[in-house]
Design a protein around this ligand. Structure first.
Ligand code: HEM
Length: 494
């Protein structure tokens, strides 16, 4: 036992010395009198300021506190465009927010910075080609080059087809009693089922009401994946992370079978080439060297993952803010009822209807401002460069935060106030409202998400009104924000 303790202490001391030396040499290498690292504290080896960072997210649900308190400390005021250094989970990090930072990141993708994901994420989204991992330039080039994602997620002619599909799916979802047997629902649970059902329908033509077993067989492991993929990355039997990897394999196998069957159905003329995103991809004859069925299943899973919790998070917060702001609810109701009254009985929503939902989209934008699903993402510096007079060394990670910009009074006066009219007319200043990112890596699912959100708003607001059952429910961020008890609501039919 004593030997074990001694060994542990020895290993810890060696780690501390190595990390300190590494940091010292890295710092010295760039310290030539004129070049300076940003102010900040690196904290303990490996751990750095990770605990403070996690506390700000989990307890207060306010990650911007981590940024604002340090900006105040290092600059004497909450200077939004300031930068500071820190260490998070073993990485040397420069934290940045504000409009000049956003401009810098968006304009210099692959010049000064490039996307960075913790390498363990690849375990859940593997590729048949080792080069095709999500961290590789190769993947970016090939996937983008083939324009797969923009083609089916951004093209207006395709998006137009999704609107009635989404509306039909939402109506069936509500009619099937997805709201629960009583007038009490959990908004987060409803939103998760809704966005998943819509994705199954639009991506793979699987309708939850017609084929509940297939949807459930994907939904359950999918949630295990979403919970585990961002947990502590220890791949040992029984850990959440390990369960996530297994769940990913299971879903990819199922999607793989769906792809195989679809190929046959299309060859026999049983499936239309335009019926959903999957048919569209298969129809576009992508060179299998770059995207075989294994990779395609992994890519579809990646898209479902990127779109699922993000969209359901926004829908959950729309429920919350509409319950808390009756005047805003009334204005959305008025707009949506005008659209509903102009339709024939049973007629589905179409693209033109969505374009009329201007105020509703302002409401969704205000929700995206206050509770952005992607609170921040990472980049890595691919070369040394200067920002605000400080050196950002090659290899350091950049913690690029949307929430701090969105909550800053410099960009949004009275930032805590829920005010959808901020988005009317000219809207916010350029680079201040960035829930979908910007530049070459801007979210390709933005329009798809807009359609999902507005279709849902139309269907719930024209049918129901609701009140929260747990006022002041705590918000936690893990890493997507959500109400701690899934936002229980009492719902009233109109
Ligand atoms: C309200 C919903 C959504 C929000 C707030 C959101 C936000 C974002 C943000 C901020 C990024 C950029 C990350 C960065 O710059 O590092 C991103 C990337 C991405 N999003 Fe979304 N997203 C949403 C919905 C979706 C949906 C529905 C899909 C797919 C169907 C999707 C697919 C993706 C993909 C594939 C990327 C990576 C793009 C790349 O690396 O080039 N997102 N999203």
């Amino acid at each position: 036992m004593e030997l074990y303790t001694l060994l542990s202490v020895f290993v810890l001391v060696v780690c501390i010395i190595i990390s300190t030396l590494l940091y010292y040499f890295q710092y010295q290498k760039h310290k030539d009198g004129t070049l300076n690292l940003p102010p900040g504290k690196m904290g303990l080896p490996w751990l750095g300021e990770s605990l403070d960072f996690l506390t700000a997210m989990r307890n207060g649900g306010k990650p911007e506190i981590f940024i604002f308190s340090r900006l105040a400390k290092y600059y004497g005021s909450e200077q939004l465009n300031g930068v500071f250094k820190t260490r998070l989970f073993g990485n040397n990090v420069v934290a940045m927010a504000g409009t000049t930072t956003n401009k810098l990141i968006f304009a210099n993708e692959n010049k000064l910075v490039t996307m960075w994901w913790p390498p363990f994420i690849n375990k859940a989204f593997p590729s048949s080609n080792k080069k095709l991992s999500i961290n590789e330039d190769f993947a970016k080039k090939k996937v983008r080059q083939m324009e797969i994602i923009p083609n089916f997620l951004r093209k207006t002619e395709w998006l137009k087809r999704y609107v009635p599909l989404m509306d039909d799916c939402t109506r069936r979802h509500i009619a099937a009693g997805a709201w629960g047997p009583s007038d009490r629902i959990e908004a987060y649970t409803v939103a998760k089922h809704y966005t998943f059902n819509v994705a199954c329908r639009v991506f793979m033509n699987i309708e939850a009401q017609d084929d509940p077993d297939t949807v459930a067989s994907l939904f359950d492991p999918f949630n295990v994946l979403l919970t585990g993929i961002l947990s502590f990355p220890i791949d040992l039997p029984g850990t959440k992370f390990n369960r996530a990897i297994k769940a990913s394999k299971k879903i990819r196998e199922k999607i793989g079978n769906i792809i195989k069957k679809r190929r046959m159905d299309m060859a026999e003329g049983k499936a239309a080439p335009t019926q959903d995103i999957l048919s569209h991809i298969l129809e576009s004859s992508i060179d299998p060297t770059y995207l075989n069925d294994f990779d395609l299943a992994s890519m579809i899973l990646g898209l479902l993952t990127a779109g699922q919790d993000t969209s359901s998070n926004i829908i959950t917060f729309i429920f919350k803010y509409l319950a808390e702001c009756p005047l805003v609810y009334e204005a959305v109701y008025k707009e949506q009822m005008e659209i509903a009254r102009a339709k024939e009985e049973g007629e589905l929503l179409n693209w033109e209807d969505i374009q009329k939902m201007k105020y509703s989209w302002c409401v969704a934008c205000e929700v995206l401002r206050l509770a952005p699903a992607v609170q921040a993402t990472y980049r890595v510096a691919i070369t040394d460069f200067m920002h605000n007079g400080f050196l950002i060394p090659k290899g350091w990670k950049i913690y690029w935060s949307t929430h701090s910009t969105h909550r800053s009074p410099e960009c949004f006066p009275e930032p805590e106030k829920f005010d959808p009219t901020r988005f009317e007319g000219q809207g916010p200043e350029p680079y201040s409202f960035v829930p979908f990112g910007g530049g070459p890596r801007m979210c390709p699912g933005k329009e798809y998400a807009r359609l999902t959100i507005l279709t849902f708003m139309h269907n719930i607001v024209t049918r129901f009104k609701w009140e929260t059952l747990l006022p002041d429910e705590k918000i936690i961020i893990s890493p997507i924000p959500r109400p701690e008890h899934n936002l229980p609501l009492r719902v009233f039919s109109h």
